[in-house]
Design a protein around this ligand. Structure first.
Ligand code: FMN
Length: 187
């Protein structure tokens, strides 16, 4: 597939549909290198990556379960188990952390956009390798206790959790917003 065809056909595979095998060590390195190679005003590197594989996915699931249970004391055991299993939906989860720094010439907005570009490069690299992937935030990208468990600095935020794995059958295409309505030509 040409790179243009890849760009025009990329689709998310729902995390629930991601299966083993995930990327091997070399493929993971390549995915992270792609994430690292994004436009970056003032060369600040305002992102970092936390990789969850193997048992680490379930052990972080314990943290998610505990935090969810504190917030929802009446949650059923089934729901708590679901929270515990979040990261085990896929063989590999990469948390992309937006990590902006103080730089007057590169406002925070630009640095956050750069982290978003890193997220997209992860999806594209995974797609190019034949893996499925999905960018999720869900509740645990926006929770101060999860941020603390991830050891984020006060200035940092989770840009997204990139779920990556193999898939049995490709997802069907979805309805997309009209491109024509979103284009204008300045005259
Ligand atoms: C920043 C960001 C956060 C997202 N978070 C979620 C989420 O929490 N849950 C979800 O179902 N989809 C989420 N999505 C959407 C999916 O990643 C995906 O884009 C969507 O299912 C559309 O599929 P497509 O990528 O094939 O167009 C998010 C997308 C972005 C860009």
């Amino acid at each position: 597939m040409s790179f243009t065809d890849l760009l025009l056909s990329r689709r998310s595979v729902t995390a629930n549909d991601l299966i083993e095998p995930g990327p091997n060590e070399d493929q993971l390195t390549t995915i992270l290198q792609a994430a690292h190679r994004v436009p970056d005003h003032k060369k600040l590197g305002p992102w970092r990556f936390i990789v969850f594989q193997g048992d680490a996915r379930r052990s972080f699931g314990n943290t998610l379960r505990d935090i969810f249970a504190q917030d929802n004391p009446d949650a059923s055991e089934k729901l708590l188990e679901f929270e515990q299993q979040r990261f085990t939906r896929a063989p590999l989860v990469i948390a992309v952390i937006s990590s902006p720094v103080e730089e007057p010439k590169a406002p925070e907005w630009e640095q956050v956009l750069s982290a978003g570009a890193a997220c997209q490069n992860i999806l594209l690299a995974a797609t190019a390798m034949g893996f499925g992937s999905q960018w999720l935030t869900e509740w645990y990208a926006f929770h101060s206790k999860v941020d603390a468990a991830l050891e984020l600095k006060p200035s940092e935020k989770v840009a997204g959790y990139m779920y990556i794995g193999s898939f049995a059958s490709p997802p069907t295409e979805r309805n997309r917003p009209s491109l024509e309505e979103r284009i204008s030509f300045w005259k």
